[in-house]
Design a binder for this molecule. Structure first.
Ligand SMILES: Cc1cc2nc3c(=O)[nH]c(=O)nc-3n(C[C@H](O)[C@H](O)[C@H](O)COP(=O)(O)OP(=O)(O)OC[C@H]3O[C@@H](n4cnc5c(N)ncnc54)[C@H](O)[C@@H]3O)c2cc1C
Length: 387
């Protein structure tokens, strides 16, 4: 893996950053206030080939990988315009369909995900399973008369279900209802009868809403199943590793955005003889935040590189560590940015305080800080499990 970014990647970074700054934070804040997604930015990013940069060329994508897609999300975030649905629509759903979908599913979904005309949400979390995905109980059974699937279960905290054309739901088949998870993935169109959603009242300032879902014998055609019902965890992690890498990109972008605002402020704000940025109590934590974000990005690049090279196992460990490092770096950068602005850190005018909650999302989702520490304790260090 080249430690120095390639010229192509640098050029992509510069171009996406220009697009992000063309829209800018003011645009993004306005869409959140209007309670709608950043449709114009989404459409333009798609038109320029950024949203489908990881998808196969023969299906309308750019033929790149998660390395490129993570650059896009990081740069949009650093410009103040983080597109959360990029974590799910092209990264999880696009990747899983590209790797495991039928030809028909690829033809139906990939060009539309790439050109931004359609989006797909992703639902795995359940109220009674939470971090323990092995406990999910959403169950699919076959209707012997028609060959259709009937899907029943509950999901929680699923983002963007109202704006996505469909949700990729993780369930298990009836004959694999107990024991270790043998997941099956189903494409559930938004308005399918029996697929009910209820918005969760989140204390988050974001365009994408979270939903509780109730699936009550949702009837789906046989071809709603993505890939193979026996493919199991391999197929699921083909989507979850990109999700972790993209969450790292989301966190690094947000951390960079907050840090840049704080540095700009600290250069000018003078309450004694010199700007506050000359006091080491202000400068050093900002420098540390920068170092932490840079280190997190290196691990994210490693994870993306391993994933794109087809090393799913190696990518798994690196993606977890990248997500951990990026979330911690983001939380610290945002906290220090708010502190740097003093009272202004809490004003709506400067718009940093709402990032305190937003930054915490990357520590909780899609896999919490503690579950990553558990993974590294057990898988990497070989320590025994307590649960
Ligand atoms: C804004 C937002 C968007 C989301 N979007 C989606 C989405 O689009 N699709 C989707 O499927 N899900 C989504 N989620 C859900 C997210 O993935 C879960 O919240 C996350 O996996 C944690 O699950 P939980 O909330 O049930 O917490 P729990 O599993 O109940 O955990 C609660 C706390 O206990 C800790 N804990 C649990 N088990 C252990 C253990 N063994 N050792 C140590 N500590 C432990 C956790 O680290 C955490 O701090 C979203 C969540 C948020 C907040």
């Amino acid at each position: 893996m080249p430690v120095i970014e390639s010229e192509e990647h640098k050029a992509l970074r510069t171009a996406v950053s220009a697009l992000g700054h063309k829209y800018g934070r003011a645009y993004f804040t306005r869409t959140v206030e209007e309670g709608r997604p950043a449709t114009e930015l989404w459409a333009e990013a798609a038109k320029l080939g950024y949203l489908g940069v990881n998808l196969p060329e023969e299906h309308g994508g750019g033929g790149g990988g998660i390395s490129e897609l993570s650059i896009v999300l990081e740069e949009l975030g650093a410009a103040g315009c983080p597109l959360l649905l990029m974590v799910v629509s092209p990264a999880i759903c696009g990747t899983v369909i590209a790797r495991f979908g039928t030809e028909d599913q690829k033809r139906t979904w990939l060009p539309a995900l790439a050109d931004g005309t359609r989006t797909m949400a992703f639902g795995i979390t359940e109220p009674d399973a939470g971090s323990n995905s092995h406990r999910i109980t959403t169950t699919a059974r076959r209707d012997p008369a028609t060959g259709d699937w009937l899907l029943t279960g509950r999901k929680v905290f699923v983002s963007g279900v109202d704006i996505a054309d469909a949700t990729l739901i993780v369930g298990r088949t009836e004959d694999a209802r107990t024991g270790r998870l043998k997941p099956c993935l189903f494409i559930v169109p938004r308005d399918t009868p029996g697929f009910e959603r209820r918005k969760i009242d989140m204390e988050l300032n974001a365009a994408e809403k979270q939903f509780e879902l109730v699936l009550d014998d949702v009837r789906l055609p046989a071809d709603a199943l993505v890939g193979d019902e026996d493919a199991g965890l391999l197929q699921l992690f083909a989507g979850l590793n990109p999700e972790r890498i993209m969450t790292a990109a989301f966190a690094i972008g947000m951390g960079r955005f907050a840090l840049a605002r704080a540095v700009e402020y600290a250069r000018d704000r003078t309450v004694w003889k010199a700007p506050i940025g000359s006091h080491q109590a202000i400068a050093h934590p900002l420098a540390q935040a920068h170092i932490d974000l840079e280190l997190a990005r290196l691990m994210m690049q490693k994870a993306a590189h391993l994933y794109d090279a087809g090393d799913d196992i190696g990518a798994g460990e690196a993606a977890n560590m990248a997500k951990y490092a990026a979330a911690e770096a983001c939380v610290k950068a945002v906290d220090q940015a708010v502190h740097t602005l003093g009272g202004n850190g809490l004003t709506r005018e400067f718009g940093l305080a709402s990032l305190i909650t937003a930054a915490r999302v990357s520590r909780i989702a899609p896999v919490s800080r503690e579950m990553i520490l558990n993974y590294v304790s057990h898988q990497t260090l070989g320590l025994p499990k307590s649960y």
